[in-house]
Every structure is written in C-alpha cells, then in structure tokens.
Write a protein that binds this ligand. Sequence first.
Ligand SMILES: Cc1ncc(COP(=O)(O)O)c(C=O)c1O
Length: 482
Amino acid sequence: MGCEQQYNVLSKIATNDGHSEESPYFDGWKAYDRDPFHPTQNPNGVIQMGLAENQLCFDLIEDWINRHPEASICTTQGVNGFKDTAIFQDYHGLLSFRKAVANFMGRVRGGRITFDPERIVMSGGATGAQEMLAFCLADPGDAFLVPSPYYPAFDRDLRWRTGVQLVPVICNSSNKFNITRGALEEAYKKAQEANIKVKGLVVTNPSNPLGTILDRDTLKTLVSFINQKNIHLVSDEIYAGTVFSHPTNFISISEIIEEDTECNRDLIHIVYSLSKDMGLPGFRVGIVYSYNDAVMNSSRKMSSFGLVSTQTQHLIASILSDNEFVESFIQESAIRLATRHKIFTTKLAQVGIDCLKSNAGLFFWMDLRGLLKEPTAEAEMELWRVIINDVKLNVSPGSSFHCTEPGWFRVCFANMDSEIMEVALRRIQNFVLHPKEANVPVKNKSWLKNNLRLSLSSRRYEEVVMSPHLISPHSPLVSART
Ligand SMILES: Cc1ncc(COP(=O)(O)O)c(C=O)c1O
C-alpha cells in the first residue's frame, strides 16, 4: 500500500496537519539531523541552537546519583525496592514523589509559597500537562488567548487532539514585548467578532522565546482580566528555576493569588515540569497544579494516559527530597546559566548584534532586524536560510513563534558544551565580519559593518576585523575558500 493510501485509512484527526511540524522551527531541527555538527567527524555540520535543553548541570546530578546508589532500583543497594516499584501504578503517584515535587516547586520560587502535594497531578512532561488542561477546560472550537511570540509546539499541544483554537495576543518590541491590558482586550474582541468562545489565557512565565519574566503589575493585570471575563488562566512556569540574574525575582502566579483575595482561584492553573529547571526532558515529569478541585479530579483521571513511570518517580523523590542538594543545585545552575548567557550576549554585542534584555530561560531573543532586505516575513525567511545553510547554525526565526515583527531569532545557549559554543560564536562573528562570503542580502551588508563600527571604538574595530583568530577553523565559510 502506498503512503497516500495508508493515510486514507487512518482517522482524519491523525492525518491532518495539527502536529504543526511543517514549520521552519522543525525544519531547522531536520536540517540539523541531516548534517549534525561534530568537532572531529563533521566540523562543518549544523550546530543545534534551536533546542531549549539545559545541559549545564548534569555533573551535579550524576555526582548525587553516584553518592546515593540506593535511590535506584537497578543497583545492589536499591534492588530491594524493585518489586514494589514495578507493580505500583496508582494514578495519584507515589506520595514521596508528590511531596518532593511540591517541595521543589516551592524552592525554585524562592520559598515564598508552598504547594500542596495533594494537588500535584502527573503528566507526560509539560506537553501532556498542557493538553490535559486544554481538554479539561475547553470544548472543540473554543479558544485560548496566547501572548505572542509563543512556544511553537503550543499549536500542537493545545490544539491537535482537543480541537481547541489559539488566538494570539500581539505583543511587540516597542514595550519589550510586555503583555498589556489593551492587547488582551484587542485579542478577546477579535475572537468575539469571529464568534469564537474564549475559555482562557495561556501564558509562559518565564517566557519562551523571550527569556523575560512577568513583573508584578503585569501579573495583576492578567488576574484582573481573566476574573473580569470569567475565563481560565494557565501559567506555564516550566522555566521558573532558570532565572539567573537578580534583583528581579521570578514571581509565580500563585504568589499573586495569595495576595489577591478577590481572585476566583477556580480559574487558576499552573503547568510545571522538570524538563528545563533540572534538564531532564527524557524523564517526562510533567505536572498540572490546579486550584480548582473539579479540574484536579478530572485531570487526575486523565493522567492514566501519560503517567510518569514509577521508577522515575522513585528516583526523583529521592533526589528532590535532599534539601541541601536542591538548594545548591538551584544556585549553581543559575550561576552557570548566567555565565553562559553573558558570554554569548557580550560577544554578540561586540560585533554589533543586540538581544532583548533577559534574565531567564535557556535562550535569548536576537535582534537581526537591521539585516533584513525589507521588514517582511519573506525577508526573515531569506535571512534564516542563509544562517542555516551557509553559517550552519540552527537558530529559530521569530515567525515560527508567531512574532508579528520580522527580524527576531531565538538562540538557545545551554544545550552545548563550551567548545561548541566557541565554534558557534566564531561562526556568527565571521558571518558579521565577512558577510560577502555568506549570502547576506546585498542591501544589508553595510548594516553589519556600520553596526560593528558603532559598537566598537575604531581601534578595537581594526583589531577585531584584522584578527585571524575570529575566523573559525571549522567554519564552512573558511573551508569553502580552501
Ligand atoms: C513553554 C514550554 N512549555 C512546554 C514545553 C514542553 O516541555 P516538556 O519537555 O516538559 O514536555 C516546552 C519545551 O520546550 C516549553 O518551552
């Protein structure tokens, strides 16, 4: 049977394009998969900077595991727990796991709030948690408002199997992409005019892709808006533990509702996971934390479709109930993320590339508007193709995050080691300093040089431009010449 015929015998929902994989976000991943960079085996390959993974603290977790062999059921010290772990499948999950996760959620939020283990509902990562909430809160055809730019896979996670729609709340660079009451009202009105019933607002705090956190006033605006409209608020806080620079502290939606006694708590739900803060996406530990009892009960029943394996619960319960370890992990992770972020953004600034000021996440939002031939989505794609095909970096274009302003790109910085980071930086610098060799749309080669001149003193400019060290030995641009 041909592929087309095979598709014909499947359900319409399974074969529609609700997975949203036909986008430059996923095309970039495919380009990386076809030609992945390797320092010795494929030094001219594509460097993956489109994956929000936190690989900076594995040594800390590995060290803890080495010191606690009894935490695993696959060791001599832990095998006694094998039978009980293997047969346990209650959808409430292990109490020790729920307690440890509630404890961790409180600690990554600075210990200012506590979470009730009885309200922890498991899911397969935040992906499963988002779908579960969409399923519980909305009927097919209903909509959620989502401030844009937003995480591309929401188009799949929230919509595909639920039939829910997403209506973007347009945010832009004029106020650093803040979410305003005006923008929320505008999106709500648009949905109403199209006869679409709005059931909720989904925010990501800290933001993916911006790497920024919502301030107290904005959070209060969101709470007042959803209460006034009587719609739900889903706060995706899976980057809560990645806030790496202070004094601006991360504020969870749960802090706001503790203070706001007027808020209808039945409308508030948090999505969490260990994929980002602990760098464990493979463990698929996702959490729905709802203040609404009915939602909590329904989602717990649904969690049977995507439970966290008991073996994983068992290990995570042990790691996260070690308070001393948790505290030092959170602190060290923030230091490493801050260092990495600083190296990247400083080196980009040295060659005239600005980024949105941010203090969280595993990425930053890079401003290449000056490099576009014209301010259009087509020009953004043209530039993106140069970056992926010639510069060989998989960064993700803003359009894939539904950003309405062309020229922004998300750059992930925590999924590679320092050596690969150096190669990536040299490629970007080389691209800026020698644009002729990359296929930059002609009109904008001068922007690169002008911006570079503006960002450096004239002496430093000469040093940078003349320095042979900035040209990567691994650069495809260099090898193309030799
Ligand atoms: C905002 C946001 N929500 C959810 C997810 C999915 O996370 P998980 O791996 O826990 O399913 C991601 C992953 O990048 C994300 O950025």
